[in-house]
Write a protein that binds this ligand. Structure first.
Ligand code: C2E
Ligand code: CA
Ligand code: CA
Length: 428
């Protein structure tokens, strides 16, 4: 498990273990899992502002903690707090209230803008909610998830949260079943249109899954549940095999289309990922160059020499699959690191595309991403393109590929094949 987990989580885990050891039999240790849900406008913050915003949240949270508490950032929107030496669960409730209050009625000021942030907390206390650090952290995160689903600000873990029919437990049961013959996971394909030729030369594979009530569950929820259930490895094996099989089918259908799949941040800590991908490509006789791995900008941040992430990335590059930076512009690496990352593609995040026509600032950002990428020999895809005018503007800027509802949503394989055939007829 450890090798596939982000560093913030590992740091919290180790701090928590140490606190629990030193608390001894009698003492209690608390954990708060906290998610900051930003105002929708926040998604569109330019790079330097997004970083400032996160720093501001971090500083406000720290200011509300006691000297002995520790704060661990997990992924830009989630934080974990370890509170050693707690006299009772009431102190934990108070702690959550204090953290929430840091944001109530006090928007974050950023260069003249006032941005609202909403906080959701879940907490757990030892030994009642977990005998060891891992289970205690998990209980706090389950409580946080329950608070999010119930739209309540803060909740302390209760065993019922895992068993309530409305909640996570049902989804977890369905998801476990999916791996043993229940409602199957599927990959749907969203076309990417090559701007100069108008052809569909590649597609992004997006996860689709229905729970036992037949409702689609958002892919980020499925992916995070898979991680929590310890099913990541099985999921990845399935994903790589299904992707390679799909590429094989497309070729049999006479369609020379490349395909992208999404990797999670934690996959870059999994030393087996490159081998699993290689096996899948060999099983289906598919060339590595027809597969592209989309990786978010922030998860590549640890790509420094001698690091586990760097090693996995290096082996993926050697394998010959392409690498793409997903959601470009929302992370913090900026363009200066683009060169060092040695990727084949950059995807401009949808948040810079939605208002492209009306926002000079977004146009400036998109144009500079395109220009710099081209100078480095990197292709650019714009995602989330919904209107013809946006597509025309991007084409004029020299954007290489366009993906979005303007052309199509993600389609089940037979529908995608029909769509790509029809498109080829148009382009020819
Ligand atoms: P993403 O990689 O940024 O994927 C693009 C998302 O934008 C998809 O949402 C897609 O349906 C949506 N989209 C595409 N064009 C448009 C458009 O024109 N307008 C609008 N409003 N939306 C558009 P989806 O399928 O819900 O996926 C959400 C996220 O879930 C993905 O974001 C990706 O991070 C994650 N995800 C999906 N499949 C997988 C997977 O197999 N593995 C992993 N690790 N993550 C996945
Ligand atoms: Ca993606
Ligand atoms: Ca994206």
């Amino acid at each position: 498990m450890e090798s596939r987990t982000p560093p913030g989580f590992l740091a919290a885990l180790s701090e928590l273990s140490a606190s629990m050891r030193s608390a001894g039999e009698a003492g209690s240790v608390g954990v708060i899992s906290l998610v900051v849900l930003p105002d929708p406008a926040v998604l569109r913050l330019p790079l330097e502002h997004a970083r400032k915003f996160e720093r501001e949240i971090d500083a406000r949270l720290r200011a509300r903690l006691r000297a002995q508490d520790s704060l661990f950032p997990i992924d830009g929107s989630e934080w974990l707090v370890v509170l050693p030496r707690l006299s009772s669960a009431a102190v934990l409730t108070l702690g959550m209230l204090r953290l929430e209050q840091a944001f109530i009625d006090t928007p974050v000021q950023l260069d003249g803008m006032a941005l609202q942030a909403q906080v959701v907390c879940g907490a757990a206390i030892s030994p009642d909610h977990g005998q060891d650090a891992f289970h205690l952290l998990q209980s706090a995160r389950i409580a946080c998830l329950a608070a999010r689903r119930g739209a309540s600000g803060s909740l302390i873990y209760e065993s019922g949260m895992e068993h309530s029919s409305s909640g996570v437990a049902l989804l977890e049961r369905d998801l476990r079943a999916a791996f043993s013959g229940g409602n199957e996971l599927e990959l749907h394909l969203q076309p990417k249109v090559h701007v100069p030729s108008g052809e569909c030369r590649s597609a992004e594979a997006l996860l689709r899954w229905r729970d036992s009530r037949g409702e689609w569950v958002p892919p980020p929820v499925v992916v995070s549940l898979i991680g929590r259930l310890g099913l990541r490895h099985r999921f990845n094996r399935w994903l790589f095999q299904r992707a390679a099989q799909t590429l094989h089918t497309l070729r049999l259908e006479g369609l020379e289309v490349h395909m992208s799949i999404n990797l999670s941040a934690t996959d870059l800590y999994d030393v087996e990922v490159p081998d699993l991908i290689e096996q899948a490509l060999m099983t289906w006789g598919v060339r590595a160059s027809s597969l592209c791995l989309e990786i978010t900008e922030t998860s590549m941040l640890d790509d420094t020499e001698g690091d586990g992430v760097a090693d996995v990335l290096k082996r993926l590059r050697l394998l010959g699959v392409s690498l793409s930076i997903d959601d470009f512009g929302t992370g913090f690496s900026g363009m200066s690191r683009l060169k060092r990352l040695s990727v084949q593609e950059v995807k401009i995040d949808r948040s810079f595309i939605v208002d492209l026509v009306s926002s000079a600032r977004d146009r400036e950002i998109a144009a500079s991403i395109i220009e710099l990428s081209h100078r480095l020999g990197v292709h650019v895809t714009a995602e989330g393109v919904e209107h013809e005018q946006t597509a025309q503007m991007l084409a004029a800027m020299g954007c290489d590929y366009i993906q979005g509802f303007l052309y199509s949503r993600a389609l089940a394989l037979p529908d995608f094949i029909a769509w790509a055939r029809a498109r080829a007829g148009i382009a020819a």
